[in-house]
Design a protein around this ligand. Structure first.
Ligand code: 5RP
Length: 217
């Protein structure tokens, strides 16, 4: 089974968490693209979606799924999204697709975060995948210097502007054993919009695509 087939298996299994007549929180990425296809197959049974990126919005619209603004929605029963890495505590690194801030906002509103990954995303310790940090453009060099003081090696993601008009620093060489502390510490640097650690809002449910089919943790 290929990695993409494992992503697809996890994504389709997440339909089980979608409530009838609900508005669904939708993440971003190649795994979520499979989930959006799956949502399309049951679109008559849901009201619509709140999206975490322009890319997901575009795909949802193409399938005829109505898009709601988060400000018009009081609560979401479920948010479904992928991850770049996930540990045994369901803490994640996200933001490989540069959508981390909107993802974190939509996830904050949802009662349940269902994370859909293939088995290659499971790790003992977070940090092999460089930690994305969304930064206000004029603060880029300052934030990079502060991150070096924390022991990381920030690399400017050239040519990428987020949906919010900001830039991304990818922080290499972190071994993240205290994810909640690091999430908070980096977010306190002036100029940081948010970072891709989802530890304070970890996943409630993880569906892992494996060669033997999807497994729910
Ligand atoms: C986008 C994300 C994605 O969830 C993460 O990058 C995983 O992507 P993929 O499903 O393509 O492997 O956080 O900002």
């Amino acid at each position: 089974m290929t990695q993409d087939e494992m992503k697809k298996a996890a994504a389709w299994a997440a339909l089980e968490y979608v409530e009838k007549d609900s508005i669904v929180g939708v993440g971003t990425g190649s795994t979520v693209n499979h989930f959006i296809d799956a949502l399309g197959s049951i679109k008559e049974t849901i009201r619509g979606a709140v999206s975490s990126s322009e890319a997901s919005t575009e795909k949802l619209k193409q399938l005829g799924i109505e898009i709601f603004e988060l400000n018009d929605v009081d609560s979401l029963s479920v948010y479904v999204d992928g991850a770049d890495e996930i540990n045994a505590q369901n803490e994640m690194i996200k933001g490989g697709g540069a959508a981390l801030t909107r993802e974190k906002i939509v996830a904050a509103v949802a009662k349940q975060f269902v994370c859909i990954v293939d088995e290659t995303k499971q790790v003992d310790v977070l940090g092999d995948f460089p930690l994305p940090v969304e930064v206000i453009p004029m603060a880029r060099s300052y934030v990079a210097r502060e991150i070096v003081k924390l022991g990381g090696d920030p690399v400017y993601r050239q040519g990428v502007i987020t949906d919010n008009g900001n830039v991304i620093l990818d922080v290499h060489n972190l071994s993240i054993t205290e994810a909640k502390n690091l999430e908070q510490t980096i977010n306190q640097i002036v100029g940081v919009v948010t970072n891709g650690l989802f530890a304070h809002r970890a996943a409630n449910t993880v569906i892992v695509g494996t060669p033997n089919g999807p497994k729910t943790l």
